[in-house]
Design a protein around this ligand. Structure first.
Ligand SMILES: Nc1nc(=O)c2c([nH]1)NC[C@@H]1CN(c3ccc(C(=O)N[C@@H](CCC(=O)O)C(=O)O)cc3)C=[N+]21
Length: 284
């Protein structure tokens, strides 16, 4: 039997505080506003886009969406992108991933205004993940994982933590946040020879690959904390995690379901970061 970590409950707590802060900003004449930029129709990207707009609007944050076809002309895209970055009414910009190959990720991440870069993609903000402060724009999904661990008072200091997945948006920045809290971190990825050999030793196992049911009971040590960040949108329209929940749940000490786990916190923290960005430079 394990404790089921409830992302929705944590999201609700953050929501209450978000609403209150937006109300205060609006009283001061500031309407928080964010821009979503999406290229193409990747299901996970669309899923996040949809739930993030819903959460932002529930927080009275205005949203503008800029959606382009996967074959958008690069010059046209970058012209628009510069304009969006310059708009003084927009406090936060989220560029949804994945992006098509003909749009240089390097250029997109270098040209985002670091002060509006709520998902921490610019090289400047990535640098901040190495010594993160609460005010820094570090990627939101890793922040959500840390928030979930904190909520359940899971201290990673001195623990063996294994992160499966080395993406720029989750695995790599999350590893830095964990190291900052004193964890010993191993990152497994597509070229790791024997992932199981590593995960079996984990006190805390975090998985962020987007491969449905990759992690079975054979990967997990008895009593481990299991954090499932994976969100695979399958053709049946359902969302699946990386973890084969029914099999792993009985041996884990703490585990989160998908949906209802990290994803539900992520969209609410995105709102929180936009509010923070809008409140920068405001007195009191
Ligand atoms: N720049 C960038 N940053 C990201 O963090 C990022 C991204 N691009 N591209 C797509 C993936 C995917 N992702 C999700 C976030 C929340 C839910 C979410 O809200 N999930 C709900 C379920 C939603 C539903 O039912 O559709 C839940 O798990 O409870 C899903 C997926 C963030 N990603």
């Amino acid at each position: 039997m394990s404790i089921i970590m409830n992302g929705k409950e944590i999201a609700q707590e953050i929501h209450a505080s978000n609403l209150e802060q937006v109300e205060r900003l609006i009283e001061q004449g500031i309407q928080p506003k964010m821009a979503f930029i999406r290229v193409g129709d990747d299901p996970a990207s669309k899923g996040y886009h949809r739930s993030a707009i819903k959460k932002a609007e529930n927080n009275n944050i205005e949203c503008d969406s800029f959606v382009y076809p996967a074959d958008v002309d690069a010059d046209e895209f970058f012209k628009d992108y510069a304009k969006i970055n310059e708009r003084s009414d927009i406090h936060g910009i989220l560029v949804l991933r994945p992006l098509p190959e003909h749009l240089s990720y390097e250029k997109i991440s270098q040209e985002i205004d670091p002060d509006k870069d709520v998902d921490g993609m610019s090289p400047f903000n990535i640098g901040k993940t190495f010594a993160p402060k609460p005010t820094d724009f570090v990627p939101i999904t890793p922040m959500s994982v840390m928030r979930m661990l904190e909520h359940y008072e899971i201290n990673v200091k001195g623990k063996e933590v294994v992160v499966v997945g080395h993406s720029l948006v989750v695995g790599r920045p999350l590893s830095m946040l964990l190291v900052d809290k004193g964890a010993t971190v191993t990152i497994c990825h597509i070229d790791t020879k024997d992932t199981k050999a590593h995960t079996q030793k984990a006190d805390v196992l975090v998985t962020a690959t987007g491969k449905k049911w990759l992690i079975t009971k054979d990967h997990v040590k008895e009593g481990a904390v299991v954090v499932d960040v994976g969100t695979s949108y399958e053709v049946d329209g359902k969302v699946y995690g990386d973890v084969f929940f029914d099999e792993v749940e009985p041996i884990a000490s703490y585990i989160n379901p998908v949906p209802g786990g990290i994803g539900s916190i992520t969209s609410e923290i995105l709102s929180e970061r936009v509010i923070y960005s809008a409140s920068k430079g405001v007195e009191g």
